[in-house]
Write a protein that binds this ligand. Structure first.
Ligand SMILES: [Zn+2]
Length: 138
């Protein structure tokens, strides 16, 4: 790099004034906490979540309707996987292909985890709020 060797002696490296670093540090250390250690642990678990999908996955069996198919007489029946969920008060369904069944099951499980963690986070924040109020009352 040409032009400003005193500001940027090594490409990609830059210098920050020590006073700036100190004020950033002071900001991070003295910043009021917005959650408790318990809340931070819940947040860490939330960050670790994978893709999620609200609803439930059900696997049912059915006859395909073709009179020549094995399922019409002896079986076995055909398995079909459905995702069901509520939307504006009505139950909606979506067919889930076999190739995606395990993935969708994992997404549904993850959505349950999200709901549980959301509940736990709310409890932690309420407890945090109560603790803050007590501290300020002193
Ligand atoms: Zn059939």
């Amino acid at each position: 790099m040409r032009g400003s060797p005193t500001l940027c002696p090594v490409p990609g490296q830059f210098f920050v004034d020590e006073r700036v670093l100190e004020s950033i540090y002071t900001f991070l250390v003295t910043r009021p906490l917005t959650t408790s250690p318990a809340g931070q642990r819940i947040l860490a678990r939330l960050r670790a979540l994978g893709p999620f999908l609200e609803g439930s996955l059900t696997v049912s069996t059915k006859r395909c309707g073709r009179p020549t198919c094995r399922c019409a007489t002896e079986g076995p029946l055909h398995e079909t996987a459905l995702l069901t969920w509520k939307e504006d008060g009505t139950t909606r369904t979506l067919h889930v292909p076999i190739a995606l069944r395990e993935d969708v099951a994992a997404w549904v499980d993850e959505a349950k985890r999200l709901k549980q963690l959301s509940h736990e986070m709310s409890m932690a924040q309420r407890a945090f709020l109560i603790a803050q109020r007590r501290q300020r009352a002193r």
